[in-house]
Design a protein around this ligand. Structure first.
Ligand SMILES: [Cu+2]
Length: 456
C-alpha cells in the first residue's frame, strides 16, 4: 500500500478538525448543503506536478479527503487526483504506466491527439504487475486535458475509486494573452463520490450511471480556497462518472468563460451558469478584485443544490491582469463530404450494437471533414466523446434546442440530453489508426455504449 505525500501532510495539518467532522463522513453532501448546520471546510488539495518523462503507478492507496482521516482509494502515484502533467506544444511525453492494481488497466489521455498505441485503447490493457510504455509528441494547442483508465468494463470502477488526473498543455498563443498563471491558475477536478461507513471510496454502479452523495473537488470534501484580491483562472474538469454539474457563483456574478475541451475560445463570454458533463472542461476567469478581505463566495452546483468550493478572500493584493476579449482564432471546419448518424440506444448500444473490442464499426478517410449526427433513443443524458480528434459542434435540435457558449470552439465531448440531436463537424488530421467513439457516462461505456472505428 502506498501512502502518498499528500496523505501524510494532510494528516498532520488537519488533525484538529477530525473530532468536529467524524460523524459527517457518510452524510450526503446535499443534506449538509441544504441545512443550516455549520460545515467544517478543508483546504482545497492541489495535486503535485509530474514531469513528462515519468512513471505513473496505479495502485491501492490511502488519501486524505480533508480532516485527517485516511480513506482507501485507488490512485496514481499515491495522489488523488493524480499528479498534474504540464506540457508545451512540441514536447514529447515518455510515461511508463505501472499496474499495481488487482485487475487490468490502461490509461487514456483524454483530449490528447495521439496515435493508436498511445491512446489507451482497451486492447492494450495490462495485467496486474504489468507495465506499458507511452511515447507521444504533443502537437496540439493549449488546453486542459486529462488522463484516466480505459479498460473495457472496468473504467467506471477505476475512475470512481480515484484514478484520474490533469494534463495541461500551454503554448505561445496563450502566453501572449497574459492570463493569470502560477498560483492564480488552479485546476479544479469536480466529481461526486460514494464513501462507505469507514470513509473509504466505494463503487456502487447502477446502469443509469453511478451517482455519489459526496462531492469532491480535487479529492477534497467541503473544500475552501483562500484567494487574493486578484483575477483567477480556474481550469474545471467534469470528472464524475455520470453526474452533470450546473456551475454558478453564489454572488450571482458571471464567470468569464475563455476556453473549453480543446483550448481557448475565439472570444470571452460572460455567463452566470455553465453545465459540465463527464469529460467536459471549461476554462473560467473569476475576479476577486475589489472584494473586501473576508468575503466568501461559493462555487455552487445548481443541479443538485450542492456547495462545491468556497472561495475565501484572504489577502489584499495588487496584481495587474486584464480580461482579454479576443482570445484565439477558430477556423471553421467548413462543409462536410459525408454524414454519419449515431443513435445512442438504451444504456449499452450505439446504432443497435454493443461494444465488441475486436469489431471495427466504420472507416473514416484521413483528412476528410465529416458531419456526425448524434441522436438518443432513451436513457440520456449521454456525454458523447470521440478519441483522435477535436470537433466543432454545429447544432442541437430537440431538448434544450440550442448551443451554449461553452460548446463553441473545439470540443472532444458533447452532452446529449433527452430527445436531443447534436451535429458536429470532425476531421481526423493527426494520425490514421483505430480510435473510439463512446458515451462518457462511464457505466454506459462499460456496458457497451462504445464503438471502434479506423481512420484510413
Ligand atoms: Cu450514455
Amino acid at each position: 500500500m502506498v501512502i502518498g505525500r499528500r496523505a501524510f501532510l494532510g494528516g498532520v495539518v488537519a488533525s484538529g478538525a477530525m473530532l468536529a467532522t467524524g460523524a459527517g463522513i457518510a452524510n450526503p453532501a446535499g443534506v449538509r448543503a441544504a441545512g443550516k448546520t455549520t460545515v467544517t471546510r478543508y483546504p482545497l488539495y492541489l495535486p503535485p506536478p509530474i514531469g513528462l518523462a515519468s512513471s505513473l503507478t496505479a495502485a491501492p492507496s490511502t488519501v486524505d479527503l480533508g480532516g485527517g482521516n485516511l480513506s482507501k482509494a485507488w490512485a496514481y502515484n499515491g495522489f488523488m487526483p493524480g499528479p498534474t502533467f504540464r506540457a508545451r506544444s512540441g514536447d514529447t511525453a515518455q510515461v511508463v504506466l505501472r499496474n499495481q492494481l488487482s485487475e487490468e488497466t490502461i490509461t487514456h489521455w483524454h483530449g490528447m491527439v495521439v496515435d493508436h498505441p498511445n491512446d489507451g485503447h482497451p486492447i492494450y490493457a495490462i495485467p496486474p504487475g504489468g507495465t506499458y510504455q507511452y511515447s507521444f509528441p504533443i502537437q496540439q494547442r493549449a488546453a486542459l486535458n486529462w488522463y484516466h483508465p480505459h479498460p473495457h468494463m472496468l473504467t467506471g470502477k477505476q475512475v470512481a475509486l480515484g484514478l484520474a488526473g490533469a494534463f495541461i498543455i500551454n503554448d505561445a498563443e496563450e502566453d501572449g494573452l497574459g492570463l493569470p498563471g502560477g498560483g492564480y491558475e488552479v485546476p479544479l477536478i469536480v466529481r461526486d463520490a460514494s464513501l462507505d461507513s469507514l470513509g473509504n471510496l466505494q463503487y456502487k454502479p447502477r446502469s443509469g450511471g453511478f451517482l455519489g452523495d459526496t462531492v469532491l473537488v480535487n479529492g477534497t470534501r467541503d473544500p475552501y480556497l483562500e484567494v487574493d484580491t486578484a483575477l483567477y483562472r480556474f481550469r474545471v474538469l467534469g470528472g464524475a462518472n455520470a453526474r452533470i454539474f450546473g456551475l454558478a457563483l453564489s454572488s450571482g456574478a458571471p464567470f468569464t468563460l475563455i476556453g473549453n475541451d480543446g483550448g481557448l475560445l475565439a472570444s470571452a463570454a460572460q455567463i452566470t451558469r455553465i453545465d459540465i458533463a463527464p469529460g467536459e472542461r471549461v476554462d473560467l476567469l473569476v475576479d476577486f478584485r475589489g472584494m473586501p478581505v473576508g468575503t466568501r463566495v461559493m462555487l455552487r452546483d445548481l443541479r443538485s443544490g450542492w456547495n462545491l468550493l468556497e472561495f475565501r478572500v484572504a489577502r489584499q493584493m495588487n496584481v495587474s491582469a486584464t480580461v482579454p476579449t479576443t482570445l484565439s482564432t477558430i477556423t471553421p471546419l467548413g462543409s462536410s463530404v459525408r454524414t454519419r448518424t449515431f443513435s445512442f440506444d438504451g444504456m449499452s448500444k450505439i446504432n443497435g450494437l454493443e461494444y465488441d473490442v475486436n469489431r471495427i464499426d466504420f472507416e473514416v478517410p484521413f483528412g476528410d471533414t465529416e458531419l456526425w449526427r448524434f441522436a438518443t433513443n432513451g436513457n440520456a443524458p449521454h456525454p458523447v466523446h470521440v478519441h483522435g480528434a477535436s470537433f466543432q459542434v454545429v447544432s442541437r435540435t430537440g431538448g434544450r434546442n440550442r448551443l451554449f457558449p461553452w460548446e463553441s470552439g473545439w470540443k472532444d465531448t458533447v452532452l446529449l440530453e433527452d430527445r436531443e440531436t447534436v451535429e458536429i463537424l470532425i476531421r481526423f488530421g493527426g494520425y490514421s489508426g483505430e480510435y473510439l467513439l463512446h458515451c462518457h457516462k462511464l457505466e454506459h461505456e462499460d456496458m457497451g455504449m462504445m464503438s471502434n472505428f479506423v481512420v484510413v
